[in-house]
Write a protein that binds this ligand. Sequence first.
Ligand SMILES: [Zn+2]
Length: 84
Amino acid sequence: MTSGDMRYGRCGVCGGGEVYRGEYVAQAGLRQAGTGKFRSKQPLFDAYVCAACGNTQLHIQLDEKMSSHIRQKLDRVPPQQSTG
Ligand SMILES: [Zn+2]
């Protein structure tokens, strides 16, 4: 059983243990679905990539400003039961 969090070095898709860490700089920006801009600031992500299957997980590098911006501007997905 994996948590799916690749920060612990295991791929949540194939279960492999060959995860590499990089940094992803958003070029176009993360934005609310279907509308406007996310601001011109370029969000930085920690990127975790599985070298076996290519699965990639991004974690935005949060600070107080970014957290509150996300809470105000993006659509929240409430926790729910998976149908799979
Ligand atoms: Zn994998």
